[in-house]
Design a protein around this ligand. Structure first.
Ligand SMILES: Cc1cc2nc3c(=O)[nH]c(=O)nc-3n(C[C@H](O)[C@H](O)[C@H](O)COP(=O)(O)OP(=O)(O)OC[C@H]3O[C@@H](n4cnc5c(N)ncnc54)[C@H](O)[C@@H]3O)c2cc1C
Ligand SMILES: C[S@@+](CC[C@H](N)C(=O)[O-])C[C@H]1O[C@@H](n2cnc3c(N)ncnc32)[C@H](O)[C@@H]1O
Length: 677
């Protein structure tokens, strides 16, 4: 499994490229990325033909998925050819899931330069370039590269990534593309450690295709459980190989090891009840509907009326110079959210200036912290840039007296607009005004949601609870350490220097560019306060905070001393309640059955590392997504993606240590471990 412990944060290293008559060559490995004679034909022959990709695509039925895993994404040429094949042959309703692993991801600049030569793939390569992930280690999911096509880019070492995926103890892969550099120059890509992970991740009938015919690779594949065939190589190469998985005997399976985060019972949902229609509920509903589920979204009050009711919020993150679960999750979620929302604006599903604007944000930061981050985020395409006060002022359009961190891919959003857009889907029915709704299991595979009077409002096979801080009112979730935090924002007219603001400026609070002539500035923090009336004192606090952090805006602000008093009766804002957790990480996953969980993993009391061959005893059909804290716009897209991947047993968009870090069962496990004997 991937385990970054407390290591120093580093972005991925870029490859050093040299060009041999237009063909990229790695100076580190002293090898070509593909044949200098005709790379495109070679890739087509070895991978598309070798993997029988076109026939496999054509033979899919609606609802079926073809999963390919490539070791060595390189220039993305093989991926571009798969995308092309998918665009030409995909049957309606079928899905393709490509998983690409790469230790030295190219920069966008390198990718653009290298792929400019493929005129016939120009449209595909434009898509690839626009969705190409930043050099953050870990998984970058890119749904809808083209219709029905999801790509997961795993930036990391092949051995580490495969063992992480294998730790989920699920089989996904139909076709393997083994495309490291030549085995003599790139031993780590062809090692037994890599080969031994192929079978545990393979579907029945999986095939491997590769350009090499090296005898030790053949032997390693055979040892790993594949039957190998040689076929003529491309061009001057004598031979290459394909291999097919030898069917497993019944007793071949590895025992599950302490899979406390993985649901034991996980039937595929068809009709879902989602309780709570804020950002979490809307994202979940949308993803379920896109997977073919019929969704009833049940809301106590009205859509986006809880924490998600602010007129403007920012997609923010908090990078650190050390790896850690919180920092790693926060950056992974940020990167996913930025791509997700950029796509929505690019395809006009969201309207610029109304639903949000991806104009970036600056986090004002003290010098010492900036200094610590310089080495960690040293890359021209880093998601975060360290800027001086002069640079920050130029970017923001107003005078800033501190430098900070600049996040060019981010922006502000109107959460209600986002929610509204998400639920516009023929398979989603929103029912508002249901009051305090609660799930009740009727029988295995059948759930009801009841109102406070005990009347059944809706029935389905699955329930997802997305009721933020009120999730603990569901008895099965009463163990979650949730904390409500009141927050109030203040609306300011776009006047004076505020009018010049070009990107959001964050300090302890935030100030975005105007939406409909108003800036939503904020926000206050009131621990364990669930009241939502508007307070004059909170407006004062917001104004004071902004004036103290951005003095150049002081003249454009109402006097904070009098804000909310008679002369500033016009000040308005919204107070709402956030939902935090005790470890500041959100919560997503299957709901564990507390008693059965404690029994199954009782052994952890005595030895936290004990290997217990069990999955999580869970309440079948009950799932939860909550604890989004102050970052729902950042984390809801990735968390809902992770949830749906668990529900449908699809490949995960998170390394296992992060999936465990957000699992609801982590609190039960922690209690067991802390409790001791
Ligand atoms: C002042 C303020 C500023 C913020 N700024 C930002 C920001 O800049 N960036 C950012 O990313 N995040 C920000 N946030 C946080 C963000 O808004 C939250 O993380 C997000 O809204 C949480 O979404 P949610 O769907 O989990 O919860 P909510 O939006 O609270 O949704 C939960 C819904 O469940 C409903 N509900 C509860 N119980 C029941 C029940 N029993 N039956 C039926 N319905 C029920 C509620 O009515 C509510 O609509 C801010 C929050 C506040 C308060
Ligand atoms: C021959 S190139 C791949 C060409 C690629 N498939 C394409 O379509 O352009 C081999 C790739 O493997 C990557 N690689 C080498 N060692 C690796 C490792 N240990 N883990 C992951 N990727 C590795 C290299 O960085 C390089 O991009």
């Amino acid at each position: 499994m991937i385990d970054r412990g407390n290591q120093d944060w580093r972005l991925m290293s870029r490859p050093a490229l040299i060009f041999d008559a237009g063909t990229p060559r790695s100076s580190e490995f002293d090898d070509d990325y593909y044949s200098p004679a005709d790379g495109l034909s070679e890739s087509h022959y070895v991978y598309i033909e070798g993997g029988n990709v076109v026939e496999r695509i054509k033979s899919l039925s609606s609802g079926e998925t073809l999963t390919l895993l490539e070791l060595g994404v390189g220039t993305g040429l093989n991926l571009a050819l798969v995308l092309r094949a998918w665009s030409l042959h995909a049957p309606a309703g079928a899905q393709c899931h490509y998983i690409g692993v790469e230790k030295y991801p190219m920069s966008r600049a390198q990718l653009g330069e290298v792929n400019a030569q493929w005129e016939t793939l120009a449209d595909i390569n434009d898509i690839l370039l626009s969705r190409w992930p930043p050099p953050i280690p870990g998984c970058h999911r890119r749904p809808a590269m083209i219709e029905g096509f999801t790509a997961d880019f795993w930036w990391g070492d092949a051995t580490e990534v495969l063992s992480d995926l294998a730790s989920y103890q699920n089989t996904w892969v139909d076709v393997w593309f083994l495309d490291g550099f030549s085995p003599t120059r790139n031993e780590s890509m062809w090692s037994e450690a890599v080969m031994s992970q192929l079978k545990p991740l393979s579907h029945e009938g999986a095939v491997v295709t590769t350009f090499t015919a090296a005898s030790h690779v053949r032997r390693a594949l055979e040892t790993a459980g594949f039957s190998v065939n040689k076929r003529p190589g491309f061009g001057k190469k004598r031979e290459c190989m394909t291999a097919s998985l030898v069917p497993a005997k019944d007793n071949d399976e590895e025992p599950i090891s302490t899979a406390w985060d993985q649901a034991e019972h996980c039937p595929t949902p068809k009709t879902c009840l989602v309780i709570g229609a804020g950002l979490a509920g809307a994202h979940v509903a949308r993803k379920l509907a896109e997977r073919g589920c019929h969704v009833t979204l049940l809301e106590g009050k009205s859509l986006a009326s809880g924490g998600s009711s602010q007129p403007q919020g920012v997609i923010y993150t908090r990078p650190s110079h050390k790896h850690g679960k919180l920092a790693d999750f926060s950056l992974a979620a940020y990167s996913f959210s930025a791509d997700h929302h950029q796509q929505l604006f690019a395809t006009k599903r969201l309207t610029n200036g109304v639903d949000g604007e991806m104009t970036g944000y600056i986090q004002l930061t003290d010098e010492a912290k900036l200094g610590r981050l310089i080495d960690a985020f040293d890359d021209a395409e880093s998601p975060v840039k360290i800027v001086t006060s002069e640079q920050a002022s130029d970017i923001a359009g107003i005078s800033l007296d501190r430098g900070g961190l600049y996040f060019p891919d981010s922006g502000w959003l109107n959460p209600a607009g986002v929610c509204k857009n998400l639920i516009e889907h023929p398979r989603i029915t929103l029912i508002e005004g249901v009051g305090s709704a609660n799930p009740r299991s009727l029988s295995p595979g059948m759930w009801a949601v009841e109102n406070a009077e005990g009347q059944i409002i809706a029935i389905g096979d699955t329930v997802v609870v997305t009721t933020a801080w009120q999730a603990t009112e569901t008895p099965a979730l009463d163990f979650l350490p949730l904390q409500p935090i009141r927050g109030q924002t203040t609306q300011l007219p776009s006047e004076g220097a505020l009018r010049d603001l070009r990107c959001t400026v964050c300090h302890d609070g935030y100030t975005p560019p105007a939406r409909n002539g108003q800036h939503c500035i904020g926000a206050t923090y009131g621990l364990n306060d669930t009241t939502t009336e508007e307070r004059a004192a909170d407006h004062q606090q917001n104004l004071k905070q902004l004036a103290a952090n951005v003095p150049s805006l002081s003249a454009s602000l109402p006097d904070s001393q009098t804000a909310g008093q008679a002369s500033h009766q016009s000040l308005e804002g919204i107070a709402a309640v956030r939902c935090a957790t005790s470890d500041y990480l959100p919560i997503v996953g299957s709901v564990p059955d507390k008693n059965a969980f404690n029994q199954a993993f009782e052994g952890l009391r005595h030895d936290r590392k004990r290997c217990i061959p069990a999955r999580q005893p869970n309440i079948e059909g009950l799932w939860v997504l909550t604890g989004l804290g102050s970052r729902g716009l950042t984390s809801a897209p990735l968390l809902s993606e992770a949830l749906i991947s668990m529900m449908f047993k699809q490949p995960p968009p998170l390394p296992r240590y992060l999936q465990q870090a957000v699992s609801p069962a982590r609190f039960l496990r922690r209690d067991l471990i802390k409790g001791g004997s």
